[in-house]
Ligand binder design. Structure first.
Ligand SMILES: [Zn+2]
Length: 176
């Protein structure tokens, strides 16, 4: 997939869960590709295969688990890695697929690998994911604290931010 699709998909998924981590997710969503440029620059004499080791799903999932369970800073490691994993899912939708790990030389495709990079099917999927995420964000904003349980924390903060304003002024003397 094109970078614009990777960025749009990972960025909007992350915005649903943790808006503050969107830059990390966007960076991670393109990382499997730009890691290749870095690898090529470092090992000039050895060819670097496109969608090779930088695209292993297990690597990105392991990194996400590391961020989740061992060490992280403001969830940035987690979302950077989730961005990389989302990149894998997007690439796996395309004709050439993406590798699960070092043992699988044959690339895996999802849903038959029907998506062709740069063709309308890619942009249609991107559009649908962004639209779905926009609906989820909108729904959360319009019903503070009333959305799915794992959004509670964030909308709780959002709500406490709201309460500081005029609402607090008019309600501060009301006990019930
Ligand atoms: Zn890729």
């Amino acid at each position: 997939m094109r970078w614009i699709s990777h960025i749009a998909i990972a960025g909007s998924i992350c915005a649903v869960f943790n808006p503050a981590a969107v830059p990390a997710a966007v960076l991670g969503s393109t990382a499997p590709d730009w890691f290749e440029f870095v690898k090529r620059a470092v090992q000039r004499n050895r060819p670097v295969k496109h969608r090779g080791s930088t695209h292993y799903l297990v690597g990105w999932v392991a990194a996400a688990l590391f961020g989740l369970l061992i060490w992280d800073w403001r969830d940035l490691v987690y979302w950077f890695s989730v961005g990389g994993a989302i990149h894998w899912f997007c690439d796996a939708l395309t004709v050439s697929g993406a590798p699960v790990g070092w043992w699988s030389d044959r690339r895996v495709t999802l849903f038959g690998g029907k998506v062709q990079t740069g063709r309308p099917s890619e942009y249609l999927i991107t559009f649908l994911v962004v639209l779905l995420c926009a609906i989820l964000v909108w729904q959360r904003e319009s019903t503070p604290g009333g959305f799915l349980p794992f959004f509670y924390d964030w909308s709780g903060l959002y709500r406490s931010g709201l309460i500081d304003g005029s609402e607090w002024k008019s309600n501060r003397f009301k006990l019930f």
